[in-house]
Write a protein that binds this ligand. Sequence first.
Ligand SMILES: CC(C)(COP(=O)(O)OP(=O)(O)OC[C@H]1O[C@@H](n2cnc3c(N)ncnc32)[C@H](O)[C@@H]1OP(=O)(O)O)[C@@H](O)C(=O)NCCC(=O)NCCS
Length: 138
Amino acid sequence: MTIRKATVADQPRIHAIRMGVKENVLSDPSKVTDEEVAWYREQAIFLVAEEDNEVVGFACGNHLSGLVWALFIDPGHEGRGHGRALLDETLARLKAAGHSQAHLNTGGGTRAERFYRRHGWRDMGYDLGGQVVFVRSL
Ligand SMILES: CC(C)(COP(=O)(O)OP(=O)(O)OC[C@H]1O[C@@H](n2cnc3c(N)ncnc32)[C@H](O)[C@@H]1OP(=O)(O)O)[C@@H](O)C(=O)NCCC(=O)NCCS
């Protein structure tokens, strides 16, 4: 398994993974703009996990705010440690950027919610969109 920075060439595969997940599905793809994706890739934290030279997951972090904006693993490659490895590296980079706490939100009742609870994230309740807000000390 390799974790590395995402490049423009990875974008079609990243998009396919984002559209292929079974939970935390993107209800309205127009909500994520090309500009936003380029900003994460060029200025913030945008990492991919590779297995056998294939991108199998990605994570994005906002070095300005401490937000974990995205963490998505191809459904065929779940349960092999890619999610944990991507999240650990994203959190290490947020910490290096000066943050002592990271935050994110995710759909309730999902594998992701259980994953975050197991990995030390604290449930702060539901936001207006019905998502669980989690925080974690770094
Ligand atoms: C939630 C999500 C990111 C987790 O990613 P993942 O790669 O499946 O997670 P991991 O494999 O790192 O860990 C999950 C479990 O798999 C198992 N696992 C981890 N490494 C393993 C390995 N090498 N071999 C076998 N099983 C392993 C463990 O049970 C682990 O739980 P633990 O960390 O408590 O031990 C992923 O399921 C996903 O993308 N879900 C859909 C999209 C989504 O909801 N994203 C979050 C949006 S906020």
